[in-house]
Write a protein of this length. Structure first.
Ligand code: ACO
Length: 320
């Protein structure tokens, strides 16, 4: 028994912010951002929230799969930017959709969140008690940026992507996941500090900080290794893979992975140009785009790969 993706959906905020728009509010240029990252614009939440986008993406995925919310046994949301500490985003989604019998919870694996969620669904299916899952990556990263820090805020965007996954004989062929907490400091954002009547704490709210070059080195080494491992476990040659759907952090990372795997860039669909990096939502949003325009057909081999804060990483080989 394995897990098969049978429907996808996504949702992006209405407001688009181009590099040229950013030029007007900070010391940056379209040329700097585009040449170093490939990003040209991103969607930024104004009315939307992590939960509202996740719900919309979920509805679209359910419709795409032809599945009713009442059929769901499990809802897993990968997010680092939930609207509330509790209840979880997943519980709010469960309530709104009327997915009454679903077990619902959030996970934090940063940009690997969707891959980790998929793996959790797969493991729950193996128990035999769960048959249908909704796996979501949803983020409002714009609220976690220091908009005075041009080295981070230009990289990220907001949005949500979802997939309906069901227990099946074919689907996920192989998966790998990994974590390296010892190097977690290269990409972090602190939560509320200890705060109670027994401490004096005037620490300001923290925002995302990143040592970009360390994250780059981590990504270009770890992602090809993870992909080669799932391909080996699945007994599949890179040439047999139709598309590699990677986390959309930076075009240079994707180019380096393509080169390492000796595969043409045409096999690496991208949307970072118009979306930026949406952490856990990047992979499912791109997968939804690829799915909806009919780029993948039944039986195609597709590789998904996520990597990010933690550090964490995950890859999956799918028989679509
Ligand atoms: N506009 C203009 N200048 C800028 C900007 C900006 N937005 N940001 C930084 N600079 C300047 C810096 O101040 C610095 O100037 P200085 O030399 O006068 O001090 C100069 O550009 C170079 O800065 P670096 O940080 O060294 O730039 P680098 O070439 O390393 O590029 C980048 C930064 C794009 C983040 C790169 O390190 C990278 O690709 N990292 C990969 C990590 C990544 O993509 N992370 C995304 C999130 S993590 C994830 O999803 C896994």
């Amino acid at each position: 028994m394995t897990a098969r993706i049978i429907g996808t959906g996504s949702c992006l905020p209405i407001k688009e912010v181009s590099n040229f728009d950013l030029e007007k509010i900070m010391d940056t240029t379209d040329e700097w951002i585009k040449s170093r990252t490939g990003i040209e614009k991103r969607h930024i939440a104004v009315e939307e929230t992590t939960t509202s986008m996740a719900i919309e993406a979920a509805k679209r995925a359910l419709e795409n799969a032809g599945v009713g919310a009442e059929e769901l046994d499990l809802i897993v949301v990968g997010t680092v930017s939930a609207d509330r500490h509790f209840p979880s985003t997943a519980c709010e989604i469960q309530s709104t959709l009327g997915a009454d019998k679903a077990v619902a919870f959030d996970i934090n694996a940063a940009c690997s969140g969707f891959l980790f969620g998929l793996s959790i669904a797969n493991a729950y299916f193996a128990s035999g008690c769960f048959k249908k899952a909704l796996v979501i990556g949803a983020e409002t990263l714009s609220k976690m940026m220091d908009w005075n820090d041009r080295s981070t805020c230009v990289l990220f965007g907001d949005g949500a992507g979802a997939a309906i996954v069901e227990a099946a004989d074919t689907g996920i062929v192989s998966m790998v996941q990994g974590s390296d907490g010892a190097r977690g400091g290269v990409l972090s954002c602190y939560n509320r500090p200890v705060n109670n009547p027994f401490v004096t704490n005037d620490t300001a709210l923290d925002y995302t900080s990143m040592t970009g070059q360390e994250v780059y080195k981590f990504a270009v080494r770890t992602v090809p290794e993870a992909i080669l491992k799932v391909l080996k476990e699945g007994n599949v040659n890179p040439d047999e893979v139709k598309y590699f759907v990677l986390h959309q952090a930076n075009i240079r990372i994707i180019e380096a992975v393509a080169k390492r795997l000796n595969q043409p860039m045409e096999k690496f669909p991208t949307n970072l140009q118009k979306c930026g990096n949406i952490s856990a939502a990047s992979v499912p949003i791109l997968l939804d785009e690829v799915n909806r325009i009919g780029m993948i057909n039944k039986g195609d081999k597709v590789v998904l790969a996520g990597f990010g804060a933690g550090l964490t990483w995950g890859a999956a080989l799918l028989d679509w």
